[in-house]
Design a protein around this ligand. Sequence first.
Ligand code: ATP
Ligand code: MG
Length: 469
Amino acid sequence: MATSAPPRSQAKPAPCCKDWYYTRTLRADKSWEYVTELAAIHHDPVVISRSEHGISRANISRNALKVLYRLNKAGYAAYLVGGGVRDLSLGREPKDFDVATDARPEQVKQLFRNCRLIGRRFRLAHVYFGCEIIEVATFRALQEAGEAGEQARVLEDGRLLRDNVFGTIEEDALRRDFTVNALYYHIADFTLVDYVGGMADLRRGVLRLIGDAEVRYREDPVRMLRAVRFAVKLGFRMHPETAGAIPRMAHLLGHIPPARLFDETLKLFATGMGLEAFECLRHYGLFGYLFPATEAVLLDDEFGAALGFLAGALANTDRRVAEGKSVTPAFLFAALLWPSIAQRLTAAEPHAAGSIQEIHKAASEVLQDQARCVTIPKRFSMPMREIWSLQPRFERRTGKRALRLLSHPRFRAAYDFLLLRAEAGEVEAELARWWTQLQLTSGEQRTEMAGRRRRSGNRRGRHKGSDTV
Ligand code: ATP
Ligand code: MG
């Protein structure tokens, strides 16, 4: 990271976000009208020269550079922006590269054969290079667009529904979420352009919303989840206003389409900082809006069993990510919802606990409740059900049934899940050890292990009237 960056125009003070860009007005009926207004943004940006910002083209994706150069050659403004610039400035490897331009989406499409226009809320151009997609967004404005109809920026109770009004680069910077996400790398002269004090925050390790925190969270409550994700991922501390508004605004997550929350939740938990994200989400009162049933169990978790299980599961997932191993959303979500399943099974009639009907019933109820907040696609919820419903089968260690379990397509995931439960003290460690041992043995020894348990009288009787899994 560069250590100093004297701005080109030091005469102007860094913009003070709150008073400059956003207003809340009290309407005649005494309700607050949350409108985003462009108040006074015509100030010079801080321009950080090539020698001072430390971003090298060698670290930018070749495809992103191709897009930037072609836009520039065609006479359009072309900037790298967002997480790519932020992460490169911090010496981190960016997840993806986003481009901002004054070219309209249709004009971008004319320049690239491999381009598709997407999105309703934000109309964007995607330029395809094999499996890499470079997202190209036209600069957007902040103002209400009056008669612009479908193209307009639409606010409902302060929430941004569509945001397709094109604008200038300054306006584009101000409608971004955090100051550190609003740095523009200019391909024409390799400078970094900063309208919102992003570089100063980046250097101080501060995550700060641009503008009034309440207004910005109301516009798009997902920004609260993004605040947690970036604070955790970058190891930044949230600016007091950015952090302070979250508990007050957390309930607004209830207005977000559950499908969108699935993507955000996955990014929070499956990218290597899941445990920290979990703690941070709970700290700010957000977790309960993503997983209400799990939060309810956690609030009543007298002996810390559910917390122990979740902490173990998330730490295990983080370890896998650190080791470059794959993380399946099904396993992760199975763990995040397990405390609620386990609670239902414990509360079930003794003869029914562990029966296939009981597990299916618990799974259906929990998944149905969960779908109101975060939609879990079927391709994940099906394996989740299997992971859960195989758990009681591990208790039965005798005969062919036990051996058959080894060849179940979901055995591995269910066994890993069992290990987590054993680590959390939910099942006997000896049970997990037995299954580990069984996998290490060869065919004959396996039969012997299962048979030995039968002979030694450890066979658990089949519950009367229950069709056990
Ligand atoms: P990463 O890709 O590492 O998760 P990112 O900051 O690039 O982080 P993206 O979701 O790729 O995040 O978004 C690209 C940029 O678009 C952001 O850096 C930010 O400037 C802007 N942006 C994304 N989502 C929002 C939002 N909800 N509100 C305002 N600006 C946003
Ligand atoms: Mg990105």
